[in-house]
Design a protein around this ligand. Structure first.
Ligand SMILES: [Mg+2]
Length: 184
């Protein structure tokens, strides 16, 4: 089983959030100033209602279908590994929109979508239940939690820069993964 995180891995949620914030909150910040972790606008406001409302806004989770090259990579990975699943820390309130997005994007195994018990909940239990041999994420809290439990890929982002670990494979995006699996 190959497990995928959604936001920042398969779905460009951070780009949609940044655009929404620039338009609606009159922010004059670059994408990196907005998303830098820690220190960026989103991190600084993470306890505030505004960020809560952004995270719970279903419209921001189905703004664009999956990019064609990401779609193709997920199917290639499925061919190489077998089953795939999707494990997200999104809030429960966007479950329906998440399902719609996966179907709209024609991604494999659309029934294998799992939500952590809370937005910052554990992914480890789900990964063990599902028997994920591989997992790809973009967030360091999840990567650190999963170290030693599965083969990890980390998508290169401004919010995880400077993290290095000998067992974690850093990638530009999931299109890098099929070649890495084939070499192994
Ligand atoms: Mg993510």
């Amino acid at each position: 089983m190959f497990g995928f995180d959604l936001d920042g891995v398969l779905y460009p949620w951070h780009g949609h959030v940044y655009n929404w914030a620039v338009e609606n909150l009159n922010l004059e910040l670059t994408h990196d100033e907005f998303w830098k972790w820690p220190g960026g606008w989103f991190y600084q406001n993470r306890e505030n209602l505004i960020v809560n409302n952004i995270v719970g806004n279903p419209l921001l989770y189905n703004k664009s279908a999956v990019l064609p090259e990401i779609h193709d990579a997920v199917w290639e990975i499925k061919e190489l590994v077998g089953d795939v699943c999707y494990i997200t820390g999104r809030p429960e309130i966007v479950r329906f929109d998440t399902k719609l997005w996966i179907e709209r994007s024609h991604l494999p195994d659309p029934d294998n979508v799992f939500f952590t018990p809370s937005q910052f909940g554990a992914k480890l239990e789900i990964i063990q239940q599902q028997g994920c041999d591989f997992f790809v994420d973009d967030r360091l809290d999840y990567i650190r939690e999963l170290l030693g439990h599965t083969q990890l890929f980390l998508v290169d982002k401004i919010w995880n820069e400077n993290f290095e670990h000998e067992t974690v494979t850093r990638i530009q995006d999931v299109t890098d993964i099929p070649a890495i699996l084939e070499e192994a």
